[in-house]
Design a protein around this ligand. Structure first.
Ligand SMILES: [Zn+2]
Length: 111
């Protein structure tokens, strides 16, 4: 059965196996419907639940959090949420490389 993509309204949705990735970590191949034009991917409810379970098992669930920029002396400080600290294994005094990725994203690379 063919269905039209609800996003671009041009392509048709085709069943495919796609690699699902979160924070640059591949979770595996999952069945999805992929738009032939805009490449948008849809997972059914069962697959979404499976992906969420894997994210939780690997400690990848809920690592994206809001944090505020504050002051310390003359510098601006960004607090790293606890879940991210333990996931990344970050310790005090660790050296990192910080650089912009465009105008709306800052990358922090662990050495
Ligand atoms: Zn589309």
């Amino acid at each position: 059965m063919k269905s039209t993509c609800p996003i671009c309204e041009k392509g048709t949705l085709q069943p495919k196996k796609v690699t699902y990735e979160v924070y640059g970590i591949k979770l595996g191949l999952f069945p999805a419907k992929v738009c032939s034009v805009c490449k948008e991917e849809w997972f059914n409810e069962e697959t979404s639940r499976r992906i969420e379970a894997i994210e939780k098992k690997k400690g990848l669930f809920g690592l994206s959090k809001k944090t505020k920029i504050s002051y310390s002396g003359n510098s601006l400080v960004i607090r790293i949420p606890e879940a991210l600290v333990s996931f990344m294994g970050i310790k005090k005094e660790d050296e990192v490389l910080i650089h912009p990725e465009g105008k709306s994203k800052i990358a922090v690379e662990l050495a």
